[in-house]
Design a protein. Sequence first.
Length: 503
Amino acid sequence: MSVPFEKVLIANRGEIAVRVIRACRELGIKTVAVFSEADRESLHVLLADEAVPIGPPPASESYLVIDKLISAARATGAQAVHPGYGFLAENATFAQACLDAKLTFIGPPPAAIRAMGDKMAARRVAIKMGVPVVPGTEQPVSDDAEAARVAERVGYPVMLKAAMGGGGKGMRLVRAPGELTGALRAARSEAGAAFGDAAVYIERYVEEPRHIEIQVLADAHGGVVYLGERECSIQRRHQKLVEESPSSFVTPEMRRRMGEAACRVAAAVGYVNAGTVEFLVDRERNFYFLEMNTRLQVEHPVTELVTGRDLVRDQLRIAAGEKLGFGQDDVTLDGWAIECRVNAEDPFASFIPSPGKVLGLRAPGGPWVRDDTGVYAGYTIPRFYDTLMAKLIVWGTDRDAAIARMSRALGEYTVAGVQTTIPILQRIIAHPDFAAGRLSTGFMDRLLAADKPEAAGRHRKIALIAAALTAYERAGRPGPAGGSPAATPGAWRQALRPGWRSR
Ligand code: MV4
């Protein structure tokens, strides 16, 4: 195969920049990293062939400054730009700026990014292509009376959504007519502040939905395929924690219908490159188009492990104008893959970010275990960016094997110096509902509710009784071990964290 490019600039940082560098290196493509002042010693800088400084730590002064990225590409002679995810990955202006500078943007055409950035326009595309959407409005609602009519028609509860939103921002659940006017005002002002556009539309609320998304690949010659689904229902505040492929909820017939629907939406907007079509799925297995993400996603590795494809390699080939080189019938799903996102956050303290120096690190290994990370022992995680530290991805011949492997791998993962989400990931993976595939977007709320003050009150009493018994028992044996638990606050705190493994 010919080499798609000689040199590629990666307009990103962290694990995704590392992921792209790896694909480039395997293809014999030279890589250019960009880095802020906080990222001088970051792994992507160490691994790239060249690295260009682009300014101060805040992303608004570095990774989000289009001119600096274009200049860096020009100065180093890169022919193409990979945006990764986040930052400018779904910014049509950036994609256009690359094209204007005669740089290949390794992503979709600007028009496709723009078409899908407007969630209402995307909804209309889905409707036009015969893809089911949640019942609701095709245009923004302008006044209270119209909103009331629409809500009455689709039936309560309803959801108000920002037209330019996504990722849960500017959303309001309305359970009864009396709440509508206030919720509409709140949603409009939130949308206006967050997206500079106060337009809001209405959908019927889908209770306890699953979030299932379809990976698509499209080339510039009309070839479009889907690469199965990813189940991403384990989320907290719209941040995914665990993803898997395939989904135990999706039947082969449903997979084909969702996949074909996703391909129709992609084709309708002239989509080229890798993209993801998101669906909400209700308890009766009805699926509804939600939005399309016009980028490579964080959770793409689970699709890679079950399809055997390197999605970044496919992105590079497609961007270079090559044909996909395979058809839908060539896509087969083999086994099961699960990804856990390891964030530098303290799950014992409301997931507060935990930046700082990684004093020690022992990543898991062994068969069918993949660790996509942007950190190393001795590295200082800066406080300026996303807390994603690593993605642990495992493959097994079936779901049970993948779960057992993930549990084993999480047990091996040792990080010193910063707090990580590993303990909560272990709890998710060990949960009977997870084992049974009983997943929904309410899973994490239920799991964490067990740690809320009300429940903690109950656990606190149990812990106090246990502590009193221990003190009573030890009272008869004075000496170093004889102190009351009150003398060791660490032990108290651990006693108040039932089921959580201490490290
Ligand atoms: C919904 C919904 C229920 N009904 N729409 C959240 C993110 C945004 N992209 C869409 N979201 C939702 N839209 C209707 N009509 C519930 C959610 C939702 C959700 C969706 C996917 C994953 C996690 C979620 C958590 C809360 C709410």
